[in-house]
Design a protein around this ligand. Sequence first.
Ligand code: AGP
Length: 593
Amino acid sequence: MCGIFAYLGPRNDAGRVVIDGLKRLEYRGYDSWGIALQTGEDRLWLKKEVGKISAVENLELPNAQIAIGHSRWATHGGVTQKNAHPHLNEKGTLAVVHNGIIENFQELRKELKKKHKFRSETDSEIITHLLEDFLEAGKSLEEAARLASFRLQGRFAFVVISNSERKLVAARRGSPLIIGVGEGEYFLASDIPAFLPYTRHVNYLDDDQMVVISMDKLIPDALFLTLEDASPISKRSIEIDWDAKGAEKGDYPHFMLKEIMEQKETICRAANQDDALIHEVVDLIKKSKGTFLLGCGTAGKVALTGSYLFSRIAKEHINAVFGSEFPAQAHFINDKTLIIAISQSGETADTMEALELAQAKGAKIVSIVNVEGSSMDRMSDITINIKAGPEKAVASTKATTAQIAVLTLLAYAMVGRLNEAKQLLVDAASQITEMLNPRYDGYIETLAVKLKDFESMYVIGRGLNYPMALEAAIKLQEVSYIHAEGFAGGELKHGPIALITQGTPLIALVSKDESEPEILSNAIEVKARGGYVVGVSPENNDIFDYWIKVPDVGNAAPILSIIPIQILAYKLAVLRGNDPDMPRNLAKSVTVK
Ligand code: AGP
């Protein structure tokens, strides 16, 4: 949520490096963008615009070796040029980019307004004015940043430059900021793919830490300090194994399509986990007095899928909770509790806050994440990496199915059947390889053409497919903007069936298990009321108006059921003229509450 990118180094085109970096971060926020450059003039050079950074071409930029930039997802203040970052002080000598939310912004704004003229409605501009006050009191840029951070409540990552000091100064509490370490040059970004074309060596800034990257001092590396008392922290950079190509679209028109297609390989990669690691987590589950699966949005639906998998395969009760709802369960948490967090980014604020709450009560934390070195990875007792590679489309696809694959391993391993789970997933992956072909794609596109002008559609499932009906609805909502809702098949007759009129599309996710007759009955009830029934099922049935075949893969059914819906959502988005990679109002990594 909001992308930060900054550069310091020998290149004279720091502005272009930052613009390109912001383009690779655009999935984090795309309302507006801005950059500030240190050019040697009295005022920093500034450019801010409403709109997407990806549309920017041939921008004339002055030479600079230090630059900061930002791609915004609006929280405080509308989508306007003034509210875009960076925020400069009146003299134009200081520039700040910020990600997060400053919770005490109203009181700080009131106080600072007595002395400073605010030019935006944002909470972020407060940081600029706080810094200016500390600089005027004779503090250095880094000391000003450190002291300013004491005044801020909430989550933040900010980077500041001035017109006079040859440095980048950044601080973090709760929002991600990663340092890319090149040959005598440094990159600061909210996410790793942004600087992958330049370096794979990274340093993670942890909460309550700051970094000073300077051209003036001969320092061996960026200087890391605690925010509390500016004590130096020693950090070694690590090499990550993502490559720049994996984070590019290649020949695909959109990341979402590329990532859907990658599921041929990502399920196998996710299944290929170290047995010892899986057994370590299983031991924790067995020892715990209460395990909670936790996630938000799609990851929340995966958590629910996990609860069904554990019940079905391991006969083990595991709770599934949305991160934002976790505080309501907090009184059940103690040092015997185990929390398993599910998150693609490893940065989602609602999940992070739930984990911090649980950790404070002594609970153990396991995280299932895609981003190595993410906040959740680093705060967990054990991390399972789903190994899906960079997921850039806002709508999660390959991370979703990889997370389900890992939960399937855990559920089977609980009853000593880990190898069986690995085989099941490898078989499912090979079926996906056969399924994802141009004919299948065209067949789903034909359905998308039929459905594209409907105002509403519904999805039903039972058992393992119930959480996938909920996930299907999220996928359809976020990229097609068609009103979609998912229900447990049996729940329809308790209310939602009143919504069915002549032609209303209903997608039934059907598996070849004990739930099959009942979900078909639910679909028949809808058909009897004029509904248009789309069956996603291994077998055709007379009641289906449109049949999307999915292979019968037993307990891997949730993975297979969701893939055609991902394709359908993508096709609907394109047919309706939406950008599936950057849907309106959304951002990839939701680092605000
Ligand atoms: C997925 O399609 C959504 N964009 C969203 O619900 C997402 O799953 C959620 O914000 C959680 O993100 P995370 O996996 O990075 O924690």
